[in-house]
Design a protein around this ligand. Sequence first.
Ligand SMILES: C[S@@+](CC[C@H](N)C(=O)[O-])C[C@H]1O[C@@H](n2cnc3c(N)ncnc32)[C@H](O)[C@@H]1O
Length: 261
Amino acid sequence: MSFAADWLTLREPADRAARDRGLVDKFARRVAANAAPLIIDIGCGTGSTLRSLSGDVGSVTEWLLLDNDPLLLEEAARLCGAGEPVTFRQHDLNDLGELPLDNAAMVTASALFDLCSEAFARAFAETLADRSVGLYAALNYDGRIEWTLPHPADDAILAAFNRHQQTDKGFGVALGPAATGRLATLFGGHGFQVETAISPWQLSRRDKALQKAFIEGFRQPLLEIGEPVDIEDWIAFRLAAIDRPDSHCTVGHVDLLALPA
Ligand SMILES: C[S@@+](CC[C@H](N)C(=O)[O-])C[C@H]1O[C@@H](n2cnc3c(N)ncnc32)[C@H](O)[C@@H]1O
């Protein structure tokens, strides 16, 4: 599955505001406990995770950013190359055996694990446990979307959207909203100390461009899943509501921190 750099740019401020502060602080303390820490950000996109966290981790921290999309890596290099000790590498996460974990203090990921399958999450937890490397996986979609202004098709559309979230996104059948729970169980099973915290987007008319792209982003999944609802009517209603001061949208995410004992 490919992602547009424009979409990742639009969501970056909302992601940054949504991250749970307590887990970021614990992540940063764990990184600081390493003399020469290396953070490996998987599914890095245009480098949003690095930009969000670089102020929290020490300046001696090195970053290795991995993605399978060369265009996103190019954009990441353009946006975060200067002044950061960072390396960019094309890497398909399905080649888990090749994950370059040498000297890694922590692995980070944002908005990634809801795309991944149960088999991938299981193998990934085993891989990190073998190397005693921790994981900070933020902004995993949790299946909850709430609107202050109701539309009669909201429930049917959310259910269909969530079913689409559990189709194959390049790793086999995706975990979708179940991702954080499965990661918590799998890493906990390897003796990691696991903490989770909610990190919802809180969208108002100030987030007009993101809301517009988010709402229009329902069209393709709804058509693909074949839900018999009038998606164009729902999209028109939602777009028209964006500018209303009483219109607010909450999109549920969960952050996870898993630290080896
Ligand atoms: C929703 S985007 C999140 C990007 C970035 N972490 C952020 O928060 O803006 C998911 C990212 O995972 C990458 N990705 C998807 N499948 C991948 C795979 N098999 N190997 C490596 N990266 C992958 C995509 O190219 C994309 O950059």
